[in-house]
Design a protein around this ligand. Sequence first.
Ligand SMILES: [Zn+2]
Length: 308
Amino acid sequence: MIETFQIINEDFPWFFAALAAIFGAITGSFLNVCIYRIPEDRSTVFPGSRCACGKPIPFYHNIPVLSWIVLRGRASCCGARFSIRYPAIELLTAVLFLWVWLIYSPVVALIGMLFVAFLICATFIDLDHMIIPDRFSIGGMVLGVVLSFAFPALHGGEGLPLVAHVQSGLESIIGALVGAGLVYWVAVLGEIVFRKPAMGEGDVKFVGFIGAFCGWQGAVFAMFGGALVGSVVLLPYLLLARLFAGASEESDPATESPQDSETEDEAEHFGAQVPFGPMLAVAGLIYFLGFDRFVDAYFVEVAGVFGL
Ligand SMILES: [Zn+2]
């Protein structure tokens, strides 16, 4: 079977690439369900997708990205609008799966797809609810360590069989510990300096998860790169949102919850309610999708300066 795979992969390189993208779109469709249902503690498998009006959505109207375009973002049963976020997440997952497939060996690519899927889920749940469920942070961290022991290629490990496995596993554990520890202390110091909590326990566990898959370099980059992404992307967005906040008091139905009274607080304490998870995830992604060689080379150089 592996031989057949190699023959097809060599003769038709686009075949598995296309498959990776389609697999990504289908996975993205499932991630939409996870993002919507997991915070509500509902099953992600049963019942199947339903429209807001309660009617089940037939499979031929549930084809990732395409159905949304064909139906122009409306339900076929009652005409209810579907958020553009659904096809956007499907497309995003498809692109990222394709990317991962193109830059990694097949085994690492499959692990990478899992990593990407966890990042996407955690990001959008954090955006909606300001929490990162433990099953993504702690669960993902444990998964990262186990997969690192099983597949040393994830950390570029080669060499003696057993040694490579142990080395890779240790790299993952160190990555998780360094990542979580770093964010913990940045959060503690940040709270002293800015006199308000900047990052939560969820972020501590989340960077632990990123470190388990990317090693300590990836975790450190997720933390500081995340802060950079945050200031470059998020600050202008928040400023604009604040400028237009008076004009339209719109609120996403997905975020309507008993915590709604906090939105007034949010306006008062500018920046106090910013979810940090999405920025950490974006930086973690940047590292995993090819920036790792620059970051790792940088750390080697820094170590050289200190004679390490
Ligand atoms: Zn409907």
